[in-house]
Design a binder for this molecule. Structure first.
Ligand code: FES
Length: 70
């Protein structure tokens, strides 16, 4: 689904950039151009970034539990 209409950037592209190392809104703006025009995509881009961070935190917590149990 297109998230940034101005730059025709999809949620898949944003997720891919985040998986490849983009960690901030500025990095996503530099890489993909999101939020660089009207800015209306900003909240959804932020949500995608936060979702990734939350997923990483759950993964780290899961690994910590597995290590503790081993
Ligand atoms: S919708 Fe992303 S800059 Fe306009």
């Amino acid at each position: 689904m297109i998230v940034c209409v101005c730059r025709a950037v999809s949620d898949r592209q944003i997720r891919s950039s985040v998986r490849d190392g983009a960690q901030t809104m500025s990095q996503l703006r530099a890489e993909l151009g999101v939020t660089a025009c009207c800015g209306k995509c900003g909240p959804r881009v932020r949500e995608l970034l936060d979702e990734h961070r939350a997923g990483e935190a759950r993964g780290v917590a899961g690994l910590a539990c597995a290590c503790a149990a081993a």
